[in-house]
Design a protein around this ligand. Structure first.
Ligand code: WT7
Length: 653
């Protein structure tokens, strides 16, 4: 990072102290940092005791064969029992676990007692199909309660699930079924998205016609939309036929803490997707603790809503395992934020009086673009805490979120973590930390993270480098499914004894951590490292810009040249036609970050290419900027976006 631009970014001086009442009642106070620092393993052993174990662990961490960790290895527990039954046994059976809201507006609320019965029946159903502890079950579902029930039923019988995002293609599903050697697939006829019924079952049929998927014995199909489905006799079963007739009693078996809980695939930069393996005791300890600490959840009064899809790790950790292990009441929403109208999410917040809301920067920026007047039409006064996850949140988006969703009153917690980390790692604590817009700030109690340079030396405050995790943590991935070598190569070979996260980061003068995007999102311009995130934040801070994506394009003079794709706010687009605006934006970035960060080209576009998890696919924009043929577009939400962008090109300048 050039010193100039670094100094500029770190000039963000807005600070927001925790509200006094929230601080006074907070689940976790500053003292937790001290305790964890004095005795990190003791601290995690204490957090493990928030769970119910059938055999309490006596050993916290076995790190005798690094980086293959064993946490709580002599302990035994059942994850589903911890998420469901124990709350019923503690007298909370009548508490709502899930307020389900379908996209078309159908809704149902499920108590913990009902959830216990549903999970027991589904567990019995899987057993009837011959699924045994250790067998993998693929789950390819929309966002409906049966998805949560299916995951918990797998956990209950010790069958690791592999949830495949419902927006993925038959190809992606086939690859994942094959890699995990799944025995059963749980799916539905379809789900409601963007105002219509979208089918899932045909993709399962197609995936299972591919070689390498022959070990799938059964496909269990939930009826959600009533769409017609093809049927393979002997293989396919309706969920309502199979599950409804099962007994509501099922005695949970205790599994070893290191028993595999799930595999979740994350895309690698090259080659086939990586099956990230998470296990039981350590994973549940950390997602449960972090949900309690970062969201300050009060199970009797809070209504939690994480808008992620369960196909992503955010859904695993902060819809299923974190909130349910803490006995939370939460909202599960099936659809998209703009169906049938752009205020749909805020309508849901109003309807269920949501108190804690967790979403991604991409959604926040979309809401900003749609206009302040939309959330203003709804009563959002129940909200007391907001969270962000998935990519760096630009300071302007952070401020907008706090102002227009949080009424200028709620803390915003920017939580950094990954599929691989399993749970939140770096985040403010809402009752403790004075927050800074745009920074994830500090490792949570019990977590050790820092920023290092190319030679693995810790950088001083005020400098940038690579984010690393310096001590093992309970919810860390245990390996890549079936590929220990790739686990070593990807995460543990860049720096010795350090987990390499793949993210650029820097420390400000207070030692707080700022995430700068993936390492390959750092540009090299005339010998200066400049992060794409930083230039994007500067652009979005201009009133004419709603969204921005920045890439470095090969350039004979400067190694790379900064190329920015921007979505303009309504009126600004017209101004642009009259000239002027592009120059103004370049000057604006130069003023904010220094002349070196001034984009060489700025291209106004209508949409940006994004993955279904909301990450901008800079790789494709680089292809455009370098006039190359486009690479793989199959993980885009909408592949027509790229042709629209390419049409714009001739006039670029
Ligand atoms: C990558 C992990 C964590 C669940 C969703 C994504 C980026 C995540 C933040 C944040 C800046 C963030 C990183 C990370 N990321 N959260 N708060 N600030 N960047 O999980 O798909 O495994 O992606 O998302 O680049 O490495 P994932």
């Amino acid at each position: 990072m050039s010193n100039e631009s670094l100094a500029n970014l770190l000039r963000e001086e807005r600070r927001f102290e925790p509200p006094a009442q929230l601080a006074a009642d907070a689940n976790v106070t500053a003292e937790a940092y001290e305790r964890a620092k004095a005795d990190r393993l003791g601290f995690w052993a204490e957090q493990a005791r928030r769970l119910s174990w059938s055999t309490e662990p006596t050993e916290t961490l076995d790190w005798s064969n690094p980086p293959f960790a064993k946490w709580f290895k002599d302990g035994r527990l059942n994850v589903a029992y911890n998420c469901v039954d124990r709350h019923v046994e503690a007298g909370h059976g009548d508490r709502v676990a899930i307020h389900f809201e379908g996209e078309p507006g159908d809704s149902r609320s499920i108590t913990y007692a009902e959830l216990r019965r549903e999970v027991a029946k589904a567990a019995n159903a899987l057993l009837e199909l011959g699924v045994r502890a250790g067998d993998r079950v693929a789950v390819y579902m929309p966002m409906i309660p049966e998805t949560v029930v299916a995951m918990l039923a797998c956990a209950r019988i010790g069958a690791p699930h592999s949830v495949v995002f419902g927006g993925f293609s038959a190809d992606a599903l086939a690859t994942r079924v094959r890699d995990a050697d799944a025995r059963v697939v749980i799916t539905s006829d379809g789900g409601y998205r963007k105002g219509g019924a979208s089918a899932l079952k045909p993709a399962v049929d197609e995936a299972l016609s591919r070689p390498g998927t022959e070990n799938v014995r059964n496909v269990v199909v939930v009826r959600r939309t009533g769409q017609d489905v093809d049927w393979t006799e002997g293989r396919d079963l309706w969920w309502h036929d199979l599950v409804e007739r099962q007994s509501e009693e099922h005695t949970p078996e205790a599994f070893e803490a290191e028993h595999p809980l799930f595999i979740l695939y994350t895309s690698g930069t090259t080659g086939k997707p990586k099956g990230i393996l998470h296990t039981s005791g350590g994973y549940l300890t950390q997602v449960s603790y972090t949900h309690h600490a970062v969201f300050d959840l009060k199970p009797d009064t809070d209504v939690f809503w994480c808008t992620a899809d369960v196909g992503w790790v955010t859904g695993h950790s902060y819809i299923v395992y974190g909130p349910l292990s803490n006995g939370a009441t939460q909202v599960l929403y099936e659809g998209t934020p703009d169906s049938p109208h752009k205020g749909r999410w805020w309508e849901v917040v109003e309807k269920y009086k949501v108190t804690i809301f967790y979403t991604a920067p991409t959604a926040i920026r979309a809401a900003m673009k749609w206009g302040d007047d939309i959330p203003a039409k709804f009563d959002l006064s129940s909200l007391r805490l907001l969270g962000s996850v998935g990519e760096p949140i630009n300071p302007e988006a952070w401020i907008w979120y706090r102002q227009h969703i949080g009424a200028g009153r709620t803390p915003v917690v920017d939580t950094w973590w990954q599929t691989e980390t399993g749970g939140i790692m770096i985040s403010p604590l809402p009752g403790v930390t004075a927050t800074k817009p745009g920074s994830a700030q500090v490792p949570l109690p019990g977590i050790s993270a820092t920023v290092v340079d190319d030679e693995a030396r810790e950088v001083p405050d005020g400098a940038g480098g690579y984010l690393v995790l310096t001590e093992p943590w309970p919810s860390m991935l245990r390996t890549i499914w079936g590929d220990d070598q790739r686990y070593l190569d990807t995460y543990w070979s860049r720096f010795e004894n350090r987990y390499f996260a793949g993210d650029g980061a820097k420390k400000d003068d207070d030692g707080d951590i700022w995430l700068l995007g993936r390492v390959d999102d750092v540009m090299l311009v005339s010998g200066h490292n400049i992060s794409t995130t930083e230039v994007e934040s500067a652009l979005v801070a201009h009133p004419a810009v709603a969204e921005a994506a920045v890439v470095g394009a090969a350039d004979p003079q400067t190694t790379q040249a900064i190329c920015a794709f921007v979505i303009l706010r309504g009126a600004a687009a017209e101004e642009l036609e009259e000239g002027g605006l592009v120059d103004e934006l370049r000057a604006h970035v130069a003023k904010q970050l220094g002349p070196i960060a001034k984009p060489k080209r700025i291209l106004p576009v209508a949409e940006l290419p994004k993955t279904r998890s909301g990450k901008i696919m800079r790789r494709l924009l680089r292809d455009v900027a370098e006039n190359r043929e486009l690479g793989d577009v199959t993980t885009l939400t909408d592949s027509s976006v790229m042709s629209l962008i390419q049409q714009k090109l001739p006039s670029a300048g």
